[in-house]
Ligand binder design. Sequence first.
Ligand SMILES: [Ca+2]
Ligand SMILES: [Ca+2]
Ligand SMILES: [Ca+2]
Ligand SMILES: [Ca+2]
Length: 292
Amino acid sequence: MRWLPLALLACTACADDTPGEPIDPNDIDADGIPNTVDLCPKKQDPAQHDEDRDGVGDVCDNCPATPNPDQIDLSETLERQFPDAVGDACDRRPKLADDTIARFFPFADASEASAFSGTGWTLANDQVRGTAARWISRRSEAGDGISMQVHVSQLAWPQPAGELSLAVDGNGVDSGFVCRIVHSASDDVLEIYEIGGARSTAPVGPFAPTDRLVLTLSRAYTQLATGHAGCFLSVNGGMELRIDIPTIDDLAIGSYAFATADADVAIDAALVMTTPFACDTPLTSGANLACP
Ligand SMILES: [Ca+2]
Ligand SMILES: [Ca+2]
Ligand SMILES: [Ca+2]
Ligand SMILES: [Ca+2]
């Protein structure tokens, strides 16, 4: 009978999944929060965190950083495709199915830092803050497309020059695509470049330090000869400014990073989304006009 205590321990950790274990009808996901007040009544989320405060908890929200209490996900059906569980309010490919929220970081729990290597960001008070910082994902996400998005609640420039940057497919220093806001004494610009590849810039107006910024970097490969990467900036919920570059290959690494230098930055949340591989065998190099 030495195994019995272990078995009992296991059951307390997964009571809702254990056959024969009675389910409390008032707490069907067994997370200790009654259904009537549970922000995710069908998913265990004892922390009940709701980053965008739309009444839908992060773990079951189809746009966890964009308020959409209706959770509508119908745009693909207009194209006779199935909804992809990314809400219309934040779906970067509303006409195309199979998008995925790969990772969401509300920066609400210190354990989120373990998803990254690097230094400089401090996670506290439901955000990360830094002035000289770079975090690089330890895990890569798979897909022909990947986007990295940060929701910024403070961006101030204590020095004459500074920047806030995102990267995918590398650390943004030695490799990958970089999307960044660059501040100088003369102006602020939005810039995108591939390390060793193309570059594009566009001027952006000066921000107030507490303007709400959404900065997004997207890299996409298709069955065309070259892919593209886009850098997007929205200020205070306004229309996105967008700049694009073609890619020099179609190597899908799938890592992501965010960094700052000489800027006083607070990021409330980060969202990583992917699009699926179109081919059974992922594209790896060169110009591909058809699946290998
Ligand atoms: Ca729940
Ligand atoms: Ca929510
Ligand atoms: Ca959708
Ligand atoms: Ca979609």
